[in-house]
Structure formats: structure tokens, C-alpha cells
Design a protein around this ligand. Structure first.
Ligand code: SAM
Ligand code: SF4
Length: 314
């Protein structure tokens, strides 16, 4: 369906948990998050019902996110359920990759089409600084497990953090020479724990274009401008939510793990879907889509959302 500004809304980001095995410095507090009661987060049945309702309203792309979606019990069942709704749904997952070595094949068999794997640094020391708890080798093994399981179109999400990983841009570009993945450089967004960070931490992706002089622009893929360097197997995508606001073509809605619909990542406005079924659920999602704001105000100010990113799902 279309929102009130004529944008066709086809993409749902569905958060299946706010918990995570990492504690990335730009996503959550060092102490992590307090575990919610089981009944406070959407059950696998509720998540499936929401996916069905969204499908009936024209959603054709669903991305499971979190927190870390792979720590959620019942994730494989949920993927199977969503695949069971229709083959017409593009089903993706955004993950930190650490649990893929044991799960990539099951996810593939459950009908997942695409994986976006977050990896902000190729340097083990920086990896520990950024994730606080993570082991980089698990993520590299996870990427390889995903390739071996038959996932193509793998995207590596790399958030740029000034003074931490911005000197690694060229290393990431070189990675695409050997591995057939798309490395997507993403601008850091000032929300949650990042709200009061020093402005030097915020790097705009246009700085990367200087490394891409010999690259051809292949296409604009959703929110990413995609480049390929000569003889490279993979590609490079630039995503600029801040320096190049893409609200005019935004086709997304989000649902948090505790069951609130957010029609804009940066708005504090949410609609609860808890306890709704059938037509009531469909109508409430429809209302949420119709209330989607025209644009965010990140460039003028901070994000208006009071949530951390692990609660929203990116
Ligand atoms: N745990 C999974 C992961 O890391 O991929 C999925 C959830 S995570 C919240 C989704 C994406 O949001 C990740 O790629 C992460 O790097 C990104 N992210 C988190 N906080 C961000 C921020 N303040 N600005 C930009 N991206 C952010
Ligand atoms: Fe966890 Fe992903 Fe947030 Fe890192 S970015 S703390 S991996 S949810």
C-alpha cells in the first residue's frame, strides 16, 4: 500500500529480540540490556501473524533483525513460517555473523534469501574495542559458512567511526577483490548511546568516493549507491542517511521486539500491536503506514527516538 505521501511501502524490518551477544559501543550500553520477561516480547506466533498481516498490505521484503536475531529461540521456525506465507517474500536477516558457523545451513534450508553481516573492522584489536565482547574470527568463519551454505548477494555492513575504523576503508575495498560480497559503508547515526558523541566520530561516506575513482557506478540499489572496481569479485555500496537524506524514497516500516510499529526510525512515535489479531492487526498496521512522516530531521538535530539501536534493529 501507499502512505499519505504516495510512497509504496513494501519493506518490513522485524526485530525478533533486543538481546545480543555483543555490546557494540555505538549501539548499546556496556552493561547490555535488561532481559525482558518472555511475555514482554513478541512470540514466534505473534511475529508470524504480523508478517502475514504485513504481507496482506503489500509488504514483499521482510528483514529479521534485533538485537542479534540469531540468539532468538525459534528463529528457524519463524523463517519457515514466513517462507510458508509466500515465495513472493524476499526474506533477509541482519546479523553480527558470530553464530552463522552453526546456523547458516539451517537458515538457508528454512527459506532465508539474503544475509547482511555486520563487520566494522578487519583489525582484531579494533573489533574488540567496537564490540566490547566479540571475537572477530567467529564473524569471518560466519561469512565463510554463509558462502558455503549457498548464500549469494551477501552484504557486509560497515559503520564508519571516525578515529576508530576510518583508516581501514582501503582494506575493506581490497576485500572485495577476493570475496564476492558487497561491502556497504554506512554513516553513523546520532541516536541512543551515540547522541552526544563528538562530531569527529561522524564520517560522511562521500570521503570514500576518493578511493573509488577507478570504479564504475553499477547501480543504485535501494538506499545504496553501488560501485565495482576493475577485476574485483565483490562490490562497494555507500549508504548516507545523514549526508544524503533518502526519506523521499523510504519504503520501510519497523516493528520492535516488544511489538511497537515505528513508521520512521528517527521518530519517537510508535503504535502498539500487542494483543491484536486478524482485521484489527491489519487495520492498525495500515494506520501506522498512513502516519509515516514525510522526513526525519537528523541533519538539523539528533534523532527524536529515545530508543537505542538494539531495540529498533537498524
Ligand atoms: N545484531 C545485528 C547486527 O549487528 O547486524 C542486527 C541488529 S544491529 C542494531 C543492525 C545494524 O545497525 C548493524 O549493521 C549495526 O552496525 C547498525 N547500527 C547500530 N547502531 C547504529 C548507529 N548508531 N548508526 C548506524 N548504524 C548503526
Ligand atoms: Fe549487537 Fe548488532 Fe547492536 Fe552490535 S550492532 S550490539 S551486534 S545488536
Amino acid at each position: 500500500m501507499k502512505d499519505s505521501f504516495g510512497r509504496k511501502i513494501e519493506y518490513l524490518r522485524l526485530s525478533v529480540t533486543d538481546l545480543c551477544n555483543y555490546r557494540c559501543i555505538y549501539c548499546m550500553d556496556e552493561e547490555g540490556v535488561e532481559k525482558k520477561r518472555h511475555s514482554d516480547i513478541l512470540s514466534i506466533e505473534e511475529l508470524t501473524e504480523i508478517a502475514e498481516a504485513a504481507y496482506s498490505l503489500g509488504i514483499r521484503k521482510i528483514r529479521l533483525t534485533g538485537g542479534e536475531p540469531l540468539v532468538r529461540k525459534g528463529l528457524i521456525t519463524l523463517c519457515r513460517n514466513i517462507r510458508g506465507i509466500s515465495d513472493d517474500i524476499e526474506l533477509g536477516i541482519t546479523t553480527n555473523g558470530s553464530l552463522l558457523p552453526n546456523m547458516a545451513i539451517d537458515l538457508k534450508n528454512a527459506g532465508v534469501d539474503r544475509l547482511n553481516i555486520s563487520l566494522d573492522t578487519l583489525n582484531p584489536k579494533n573489533f574488540r574495542i567496537i564490540t566490547r565482547t566479540g571475537d572477530q574470527h567467529q564473524v569471518i568463519d560466519g561469512i565463510n559458512a554463509a558462502i558455503d551454505a549457498g548464500f549469494d548477494n551477501i552484504k557486509i555492513n560497515t559503520v564508519l567511526l571516525g578515529g576508530i575504523n576510518d583508516s581501514e576503508v582501503f582494506d575493506f575495498i581490497r576485500l572485495t577483490e577476493k570475496i564476492p560480497v558487497q561491502v556497504r559503508f554506512i554513516e553513523l547515526m546520532p541516536l541512543g548511546v551515540v547522541k552526544n558523541w563528538d562530531k569527529n566520530r561522524f564520517i560522511t561516506v562521500d570521503l570514500i568516493e576518493k578511493y573509488l575513482r577507478s570504479a564504475a557506478v553499477l547501480k543504485v540499489d535501494g538506499v545504496a549507491k553501488v560501485y565495482r572496481l576493475p577485476n574485483h569479485r565483490g562490490t562497494i555500496g555507500l549508504i548516507a542517511p545523514i549526508s544524503n537524506r533518502f526519506c523521499a524514497s523510504c519504503n520501510k516500516i519497523r516493528i520492535t521486539a516488544d511489538g511497537n510499529l515505528k513508521s520512521c526510525l528517527h521518530s519517537n512515535s510508535e503504535i502498539s500491536l500487542r494483543g491484536l489479531h486478524g482485521e484489527d492487526l491489519i487495520n492498525t498496521i495500515r494506520q501506522g503506514i498512513l502516519k509515516k512522516p514525510l522526513r526525519h530531521r537528523l541533519n538539523e538535530d539528533c534523532s527524536a527516538t529515545s530508543r537505542n539501536m538494539n531495540e529498533i534493529g537498524g
